[in-house]
Design a protein around this ligand. Structure first.
Ligand code: C2E
Ligand code: CA
Ligand code: CA
Length: 731
């Protein structure tokens, strides 16, 4: 718009400038022509006067008119002469008393009475000649005039109207008496001639001045483009009206300039069009760029899902909608387990590919009304309308977990990851987006703590949990730094239960105010906060130090997956072994199945490295994860520890017993030793022994206890034998 206005204004300015200069040129031209024309009229008068003068100022004229008036001479040498040769119209001769003594009109001697009719128009000049009027404006003289102001004139001519026609009236005083100053010679006869400015004269002037169509006109209007010249006597009396076709240099200017202006305007228009086009294109490009930028800003470049910002905006909108429409929604906060491990060990390209695969599976698992976003690294979130209760939400979460947990094959690598989900419900009187996300995060934490690969729905109690946890975390940090942790050792016995073959180191923390805290609780906190690395290192070192005093026992130490996945774990174990001079063959590291999740190839490599040191590996809590036979075959475990939950249910569920049987024979089949955990009763002991379990661990054979008591027990093994008799055997 502004450019259009500027261009339009510029165009208008140029046109106005051209037109006004053209008009000005026309005006100047007309003024010039006017000047030329009035000059030509004056010239005409001068010519007429000199013609009269050529006759009147001769010696013979003085002789034949002034000294002795000779009508014949006057007729022949003045009247006829002037009429014939110079085409004068009227010739009159006045005597010293202004009485006409001769008159001729158009080649014929005229009645002197005629003069009376013309006298008013001629008398002005005669009066001037006589010096009766001191000056006559517009009068032209040949040579110097009277020598005094009011003296008589020798000659004069004026353009005046004579009998309604423009004419030059010329008068010449004839001769002069000797001794009389010309100024006082008021009695000289005067020869007066009238020569009309007729068409012939005008034609001559037109030719001379180059005026087109010069003519005398009456009052009627003249055609457009003709210029009218009003000739007035100095006293204002109208003399005549002339007209000619005015030269119009302006039009010429306009005509000659028009092509340039046209080109310039075309250029302008072109330029404006270009600029407009460019601007429109730029605007379109900018708009497209904005859309692109917005898309980039709102989406994850790796997987194309909406990002955290987009998700945040949508969440706000959903919360608003829910508050007005009442139909609730929920946020599913999904965290991948072991993704970081894949990224670290297999490299980012594989990690990226894994994220894309997860994205694809998520999209397939979700409905059309669900929004899925990637919030960062290994975190995803879904906003989904809730139609149905808790069961529906949990079912949906489970289907997401199932989708994500199925094995991946990326670049020839087999990868298994897990997923935990925290769910926060958005209902009518829910808090803001930030709170919803906090709730979902708390529920997620709980899901991870409860063993991962599960979903938890937020409830208000978790808030309190969170702050408690935060407190505990800092207390635990301090406990590790100030050596407040202790180790207890639980005996592991042979199948008969009579001989202690080893111990399992179990960590203990007595909180200064809260008392004894279960390792289930604080190990989780340590894993979540990263404290597990220091804690694990401490446990290993302490266990090896304590264990040195029991040269005939194996020493089992629990290793958290987070610890195990660290690249320097094998190095740490090796250094600790060296530092404590502990025999690697007596060390048994207990790993859980989650160690195998993520990049199973590096997990295997790491295990082999540890085994190369001579250390044994035990698969802890067997049966609680999603143990696959393939894993068991592939990984170099020396031992299986059947989880307490199976042992517990042996007496209650027939199938549990069958499973234990199967597991034991499986382990044996794969060449592994089998330990049963949590053996509390004589019946469990009997059953497990019959099933072929190699080692037993449980309260029946000894609770976790101090190192000193283990030493004492080694010294007096008889004191620690189980005393009861299995119910099955007690008849
Ligand atoms: P876990 O490795 O499965 O350890 C066995 C747990 O079962 C111990 O619980 C032990 O006290 C308990 N237990 C043993 N026999 C019986 C029984 O007959 N009946 C019952 N009811 N329980 C029995 P604790 O000491 O509370 O440890 C719990 C878990 O904490 C351990 O499970 C282990 O996963 C973890 N943990 C303990 N210490 C450490 C540690 O130093 N490092 C790591 N990474 N984890 C540890
Ligand atoms: Ca264990
Ligand atoms: Ca266990």
């Amino acid at each position: 718009m502004p450019i259009g206005v500027i261009v339009a204004v510029a165009i208008v300015c140029i046109v106005v400038a051209v037109l006004s200069s053209a008009q000005r040129a026309d005006e100047v031209a007309v003024a010039h022509e006017k000047q030329l024309f009035s000059g030509a009229l004056a010239n005409y008068g001068r010519t007429v006067l000199s013609e009269v003068d050529s006759v009147a100022s001769s010696q013979s004229a003085t002789q034949n008119i002034r000294h002795k008036f000779d009508p014949v001479w006057t007729e022949q040498r003045a009247g006829t002469w002037l009429a014939a040769y110079f085409k004068h119209d009227y010739i009159l001769v006045f005597d010293g008393q202004d009485k006409p003594v001769y008159s001729m009109i158009g080649h014929h001697a005229a009645d002197k009475a005629w003069f009376e009719s013309a006298r008013p128009e001629l008398i002005e000049l005669i009066n001037y000649m006589r010096g009766r009027t001191p000056a006559m404006s517009g009068a032209i003289r040949l040579g110097p005039g009277s020598r005094t102001d009011a003296g008589a004139q020798a000659n004069a001519v004026a353009i005046r109207s004579v009998l309604g026609q423009p004419a030059a009236i010329a008068a010449v005083a004839i001769g002069s008496d000797e001794g009389i100053a010309p100024a006082n010679d008021t009695a000289a006869p005067i020869m007066l001639s009238v020569k009309f400015i007729n068409d012939e004269v005008l034609a001559a002037i037109a030719t001379q001045l180059g005026l087109v169509n010069l003519r005398a006109v009456d009052d009627s209007p003249v055609p457009q483009g003709d210029f009218v010249y009003q000739l007035h006597a100095p006293n204002g009396d109208f003399i005549a009206r002339f007209a000619w076709s005015a030269k119009q240099p302006g039009a010429e200017i306009v005509q000659s300039v028009i092509p340039f202006i046209a080109v310039a305007l075309a250029g302008f228009a072109l330029l404006a069009a270009f600029v407009l086009r460019y601007m429109r294109r730029t605007a379109v490009a900018i708009a497209a760029g904005e859309v692109r930028l917005r898309h980039l800003a709102m989406h994850d470049p790796l997987c194309g899902l909406p990002n955290r910002i987009f998700f945040g905006e949508r969440l706000e909108a959903v919360i608003r909608d829910v508050r007005t429409s009442k139909s609730p929604a929920a946020v599913f906060y999904i965290d991948l387990d072991h993704f970081k491990d894949v990224n670290d060990t297999l490299g980012h390209p594989v990690g990226d590919e894994l994220i894309r695969s997860v994205t694809l599976r998520l999209s397939l698992a979700l409905g059309a009304g669900d929004l899925v976003a990637r919030l960062g690294g290994d975190e995803f979130a879904v906003i989904s309308p809730v139609n149905g209760g808790t069961a529906k939400m949990m079912a949906m979460a489970q289907s997401i977990i199932t989708a994500i947990c199925a094995p991946y094959n990326i670049g020839g690598q087999n990868i298994v990851i897990g997923a935990s989900i925290g769910i926060a419900v958005i209902d009518r009187d829910c808090a803001g987006a930030a709170d919803i996300m906090r709730y979902a995060d708390m529920a997620l934490y709980r899901a991870k703590n409860e063993g991962r690969n599960r979903a938890v729905i937020y409830d208000a109690a978790m808030d309190a949990d969170l702050s408690k946890r935060k407190l505990l975390e800092s207390d635990l940090r301090e406990a590790i730094e100030t050596n407040q942790l202790r180790l207890m050792y639980q005996p592991i016995v042979n199948k008969s239960g009579e001989t202690m073959t080893g111990v399992e180191a179990l960590c203990r923390w007595t909180h200064p105010t809260r008392g004894e805290i279960s390792p289930v609780e604080f190990i989780a906190i340590a894993e979540h906060s990263g404290l597990i690395v220091d804690l694990g290192a401490w446990v290993l070192r302490q266990a090896l130090t304590d264990g040195k005093q029991w040269p005939n026992l194996t020493l089992a130490v629990n290793v958290s997956p987070l610890q195990f996945r660290r690249a320097d774990f094998a190095g740490l174990v090796e250094r600790t072994l060296m530092a404590t001079e502990f025999d690697p063959a007596r060390l048994e590291l207990e790993l859980t199945e989650s160690v195998l999740l993520g990049n199973i190839d590096t997990a295997e490599a790491s295990m082999l490295r540890i085994k190369a040191l001579g250390i044994k590996l035990a698969l802890d809590d067997f049966g609680t994860g999603y143990s696959s036979l393939a894993y068991l075959r592939r990984f170099p475990f020396d031992k299986l520890k059947i989880d307490r939950s199976f042992v517990m249910s042996i007496e209650k569920a027939a199938d549990a017993a069958a499973i234990v049987h199967a597991v034991v024979s499986l382990g044996r089949g794969l060449g592994m030793k089998v330990t049963a955990e949590g053996v509390e009763t004589a019946d469990q002991h009997l059953f497990l022994r019959a099933a072929g379990v190699h080692f037993m661990q449980g309260y029946r054979f000894g609770k976790p206890t101090t190192a000193a008591e283990i030493t004492a027990r080694l010294e007096a093994p008889k004191d620690y034998l189980p005393v009861d008799v299995p119910a099955a055997m007690a008849v």
